[in-house]
Design a protein around this ligand. Structure first.
Ligand code: SF4
Length: 486
């Protein structure tokens, strides 16, 4: 075991002492989700911008690549020179706790500490994070003037030229962290015991996903049964109670303890056969022709890339549409622009051209409606034609949820969960490269990066087009399936 606990380990301990224990003793059991990896990448992007905002000609960045000893030594030397210039990633160790401080700014005869977060508000866990840094800093005898938290202002509008000066808002957390300093030693002691002692006897619960998805969910939640209990969905604290009582499979839970939706999931699971109700066919029969099946891919960069856009603003970059003129008479069209210039206007105009003026425009969940409404806000001159599309939108998700369930869907009605239960011919996992939305968003950003070579760009273009087309193909297959209900 390492001689110190990093701040991130202490944050893990705060979420769950067992998480810390597993991270230290059984790191091989850790499975970092795609979502968590994406969150790390976003944190790094915002960190880079913070350095450009707070940096001066003489600011110093302390790399970790040269090893911990080197980073600690360099930090000690720079701080000893007195508060003179900003230091990024100052590396400090005190009483067995290691922290890397995002930003250390000279402030009179002391230092202002700034912790940078990619979130758009201050959260409880951020305060604890700040308090740990402050405790280490003070423990080493350094003088702090202010403890600040810088987070993303999602009302900031990027004006271009790499000018991100308004991207971060600072919140003074000096007072808030004051009251926490006294409990930090107790936390550290608890964390050290959990890290080196026996595995804490902690059952699963809502904290497995809050404030962050724990990388040991696959280890702690039931996985060795046919229908793991978490497929019931609903309140995770309640699921944790069932598991603590020895239940592991959806079928183990007494029906009286389930809500209506869970009872349905359990009932279908117990029969082992899919449920397909006549309402499915009625829904399909209510739809006229021509039918359009629409799906968007979007990006939502924390650090805006195009002038006139805001942090985390959802921006459509691609669509796919299957068109059914009459039963089985299919055609397909799509839009993807990898020039790197903002594609939203061209995307909106191409959508208006592709979707005609009559016939239902099918979507799966209301996401497409949200995206088109945002396009209307962005391009008021297209209001009439885009509103006409919005009025034709039909969400396939509610009738699917009401009328279809298969035990293998494990409580999810996402297209990815439904599709394998209705056809063996289409499988997301067989797609080359891009298989889900986060990867599509990352793939698009990589493709428009000027440093991406033409061969890789062509490969990404093909994968993006195939992935989006796959979604609307899945919708076509699903609608046919629903229409066959007796
Ligand atoms: S999955 Fe839940 S119980 Fe297991 S370590 Fe993570 S937070 Fe703790």
């Amino acid at each position: 075991m390492s001689a110190f606990l990093s701040k991130s380990k202490l944050m893990s301990a705060r979420q769950c002492l067992k998480r810390l224990h597993l991270e230290v003793q059984h790191p091989d059991l850790k499975v970092v989700s795609r979502k968590t990896e994406a969150a790390f990448a976003i944190g790094n992007q915002v960190g880079d911008v913070a350095r450009s905002i707070y940096g001066t000609d003489d600011s110093v960045f302390i790399p970790y690549a040269g090893g911990l000893g080197h980073a600690l030594k360099k930090t000690r030397r720079l701080i000893a020179e007195g508060p003179a210039y900003p230091i990024f990633e100052a590396t400090l160790q005190h009483a067995g706790v290691l922290v890397r401080v995002d930003v250390l700014l000279p402030d009179g005869d002391g230092w202002r500490i700034v912790e940078v977060k990619a979130s758009t508000s201050v959260k409880d866990e951020h305060i604890f994070d700040c308090a740990v840094q402050r405790w280490v800093f003070a423990g080493l005898g350094h003088k702090m003037t202010t403890m600040a938290l810088a987070y993303v202002d999602n009302t900031f509008v990027y004006e271009g030229d790499e000018d991100y000066s308004g991207l971060l808002i600072e919140s003074d957390e000096t007072e808030q962290t004051d009251s926490m300093l006294a409990v930090i030693p107790e936390w550290i002691a608890k964390a050290k015991r959990a890290a080196s002692g026996r595995e804490p006897d902690i059952g699963v619960g809502s904290y497995c996903y809050k404030p962050y998805e724990c990388p040991f969910v696959g280890h702690c939640w039931p996985a060795d049964v046919d229908y793991p209990l978490q497929g019931l969905g609903g309140n995770r604290a309640k699921l944790g109670e069932f598991i603590a009582a020895g239940m592991r499979d959806i079928r183990d839970v007494p029906v009286a303890r389930l809500n209506e939706k869970q009872q349905r999931i359990q009932k279908v699971t117990q029969t082992g056969d899919a449920e397909l109700l006549p309402g499915a066919r009625q829904f399909v029969e209510s739809l006229g022709y021509p039918r359009y099946y629409l799906d968007f891919e979007t990006i939502a960069p924390a650090v805006p890339i195009w002038p006139g856009t805001r942090p985390y603003e959802t921006l459509p970059i691609q669509w796919s549409c299957h068109y059914e003129a009459g039963e089985g008479a299919m055609a397909h069209s799509d839009f993807l622009d990898l020039t790197g210039t903002p594609p939203m206007r061209r995307l909106a105009e191409s959508l208006v051209r592709a979707l005609g003026t009559i016939g239902p425009v099918l979507m799966y969940t209301t996401y497409e409606r949200t995206v088109i409404n945002k396009l209307i806000e962005r391009f008021p001159d297209l209001t009439a034609s885009l509103t006409a599309i919005v009025e034709r939108l039909v969400d396939m998700a509610p009738p699917t949820q009401q009328n279809y369930y298969h035990p293998d869907m494990a409580g999810s009605w996402s297209l990815k969960a439904v599709l394998p239960t209705i056809t063996a011919d289409l499988n997301y996992s067989e797609l080359d490269g891009i298989q889900e939305g986060t990867a599509a968003s990352e793939g698009y950003l990589e493709a428009i990066d000027p440093d991406t070579g033409s061969e890789r760009k062509a490969e990404l273009s093909e994968q993006l087009l195939r992935y989006c087309k796959f979604d609307t193909e899945a919708m076509v297959v699903l609608l046919r399936f629903l229409g066959n209900a007796s």
